[in-house]
Structure formats: structure tokens, C-alpha cells
Design a binder for this molecule. Structure first.
Ligand code: GLU
Ligand code: MG
Length: 374
């Protein structure tokens, strides 16, 4: 592991409590050659290809939901100001710690579920967006521990409950920093380049969830009416779309072209941020290379459509289990080309081990095990 000095994180607590320091690293061979299975390297190669072939840079922000054990679980607390009070000094430590490490928080709020909170932050370019997601999770865990509690980002905390999602907001800009996704005159404001990139992702999405929702319990979250995603659909301001076209504010000082972004909703924090953004970039890249034509956004629940209607719109149900997702990934040509044989085989092998390990656990015990780990 070769640490990248530019990624250093430092959290200063109080004089009586040791500061936390860590760095992010690239995985190389003993000769220093980038290793085929390094997730950060995989994303970096995808970003390079996007820049070389199309002169484009990804701008992204990972929006995280998590449970904080220091809050009370009171029925009906969702979004309440009192739910904000209950988390005590946690956010007051978290937000400055993020800022001190170059992550600029946008919002911190109590979410719908018991003890569930959400933190959003400003987007970053390329690799830094995924670095920020890794840092944010670790900073949040460290701050929770400092307060004598625990933050868990596990995708689901109880069967039938709403999950902890990681929504990835993304857009593209050119080498001069000009946003290229928005076209005021186009349907839904989606410019041609953005349409090709997004269609590339939607086309591969059933296989991509093996990388973006990679735990056994991730599939308890990817169910209808949990504000997550169940189909590879695109929809305007729809919280159950595979990819949501995000709403634009028209407040003074806002700029539609800069603000316009898409939100990939089928990800959770069991996924490595480099693999999540890597999956989006490599699939989007293939959409650009093939100049794919963007499908029609859906305007109603795909579950209520007939099979023929879904087929006409290119809609495929996302896999219902990690095993099914891994089978799709194993056969997926775009990801096979992007990951290469060694990396894909290693990923599939590790995930199969995880399935074998947890196979005899009850669904409740799996949820508890993941909550402990994540
Ligand atoms: N908790 C939901 C999820 O699992 C998302 C809620 C929201 O739209 O913020 O993705
Ligand atoms: Mg949320």
C-alpha cells in the first residue's frame, strides 16, 4: 500500500483525546507497478480514459445516510427539529472535522428512519470525489466513537425498514471546467453527451449493482417503496428511480448548467466508493464510445407496467440477491473489459466467500453482522 500524501486526514478532538490521522493508499506490486486489483487505480484508469478519449471530467458527490447510536429511536421522529437536538454534540464535532479535511458539508439532517441521519457535501472532481466518500465515512465513525457511540452505514438495520442509501450525484465538465450536461432546449434539460453517458450506465446497471450494492443485505434495501431503486430506469425527481434527474433550484445566484446533475440511487456503503464511481465511469464511457441513445424517462412505477411496456422502455428489474448480481457481473462484457480478468475474478471470489460465510445466518443475524462491520 503506497500512501498518497495528498489524502492525509487529521481530526483534532480535545487535548485529552488522541487526534486521528490516516492516509489513503494505492495498491501496487512489490515493484511499485499499479496492481490490477487496486480499486483506486481502477477508478483512476477510467477517469484517464474519459479525459483522453472525450476530454471530460466527472464531478461527483456521495450523499450518505447512516445510523447514529447516540440518538433515541422514537416513533414519529422523522425529520424533527427535536431529532436534531437528540444527537447532542455529534454534528457539532462532525461538521468542523469534515471541513478541516477539505470536505465542505452542504446539509446534515435527521432522516426518516429511527436514529437515521444524512450528510451531504459539495461535489469534487474525479478521484477526489471517491476519496471524500472514504474519508467522510471514517471521519463520521471516528467522531461517533469520540462521543462514546457508533455510526453505522450498513445498508439496512431491520427487515422491512428503510435503508441507508449512498446516492451518487454526478455530472460532467470539459477540460476548461465548463459543465456539459445541461441543454436548456433538450427534453428534461439533458444534453447529448450526458444522455450517452447516462444511457451507458442504465444499460449495464443490473450488473453494476454487484459493485454498488455488494452485500447480502443490500437487496433488502433495493425493494419497492423504500425510496431506493428496483429498475434501471431514469426518471425526473423520482426517489425510486435507478437514476434520478435531480431538481434544480431557481434561487438567485444559482446556475442551472452548473447545478444540473444525475443521482445514481442503487448504491450503499457496503460498496467501495472507488468501485462505485469506477462502475459509473467505465459504463458511462462505453455509452459515449457507442453514442448510445438515451431512453425515455419513466413517469410511473415500472412495477405497474406490463412486461411489454417495460421492454419497450428498456427496463430491466435489478437483481434480487447478491448471487444474481454477481452472475450478471461475471457475464457482463463492458465490465469484463473494464476490470480485466484478474480483478473481476478476484472480486467475484471475495464476494462468493462472503456469501458462503453468511449463508447459514438468519436474515436478522446477517443484518446484525453487517451493522457491526459497516
Ligand atoms: N433511505 C433511502 C435509501 O435507502 C433514501 C431516502 C432519500 O431519498 O433520501 O436510499
Ligand atoms: Mg436521504
Amino acid at each position: 500500500m503506497l500512501p498518497d500524501p495528498a489524502t492525509e486526514v487529521r481530526i483534532d478532538f480535545t487535548d485529552a483525546y488522541p487526534p486521528e490521522r490516516f492516509l489513503l493508499a494505492n495498491l501496487t506490486t512489490l515493484d511499485g507497478i499499479p496492481w490490477a486489483c487496486c480499486p483506486r487505480g481502477w477508478l483512476a484508469r477510467g477517469l484517464d480514459a474519459l479525459a483522453q478519449e472525450f476530454g471530460l471530467i466527472v464531478k461527483a458527490a456521495f450523499e450518505h445516510e447512516f445510523h447514529y447510536s447516540g440518538a433515541e429511536a422514537r416513533l414519529g421522529d422523522s425529520y424533527l427539529l427535536d431529532a436534531m437536538r437528540q444527537q447532542g454534540g455529534f454534528a457539532q464535532t462532525l461538521l468542523p472535522a469534515l471541513r478541516a479535511n477539505g470536505i465542505i458539508p452542504d446539509t446534515f439532517l435527521p432522516e426518516f428512519g429511527p436514529r437515521q441521519f444524512e450528510v451531504t457535501c459539495q461535489p469534487a472532481l474525479g478521484l477526489a470525489a471517491a476519496d471524500d466518500a472514504v474519508k467522510l465515512r471514517e471521519i463520521t465513525r471516528a467522531v461517533a466513537r469520540f462521543h462514546g457511540h457508533k455510526a453505522t452505514f450498513s445498508p439496512i438495520m431491520a427487515q422491512g425498514a428503510v435503508g441507508n442509501g449512498v446516492h451518487v450525484h454526478f455530472s460532467l465538465q470539459d477540460a476548461d471546467g465548463a459543465p456539459v450536461c445541461y441543454d436548456e432546449t433538450a427534453a428534461h434539460g439533458i444534453g447529448e453527451v450526458a444522455g450517452q453517458f447516462v444511457e451507458g450506465i442504465l444499460a449495464e446497471m443490473p450488473a453494476l449493482v454487484a459493485l454498488t450494492a455488494p452485500s447480502l443485505v443490500s437487496y433488502e434495501r433495493l425493494k419497492p417503496h423504500r425510496w431506493s431503486a428496483t429498475y434501471n430506469n431514469l426518471a425526473d425527481k423520482d426517489r425510486e428511480a435507478g437514476i434520478r434527474i435531480c431538481p434544480l433550484t431557481r434561487l438567485p445566484g444559482s446556475d442551472a448548467a452548473t447545478d444540473f446533475n444525475f443521482e445514481y440511487r442503487a448504491a450503499d456503503a457496503a460498496a467501495n466508493p472507488y468501485l462505485v464511481l469506477g462502475a459509473l465511469v467505465w459504463a458511462g464511457l462505453e455509452g459515449l464510445r457507442n453514442q448510445r441513445c438515451l431512453r425515455q424517462p419513466t413517469t410511473r412505477d415500472p412495477d405497474e407496467m406490463t412486461e411489454a411496456e417495460r421492454r419497450a422502455l428498456g427496463l430491466v428489474h435489478l437483481p434480487g440477491s447478491l448471487s444474481d448480481a454477481l452472475s450478471l457481473l461475471a457475464q457482463n462484457e463492458t465490465m469484463g473489459k473494464a476490470m480485466g480478468p484478474e480483478f473481476r475474478a478476484a472480486y467475484l471470489m471475495h464476494k462468493q466467500c462472503e456469501i458462503d460465510f453468511l449463508e447459514d445466518y438468519s436474515p436478522e443475524a446477517q443484518i446484525t453482522r453487517y451493522a457491526d462491520a459497516y
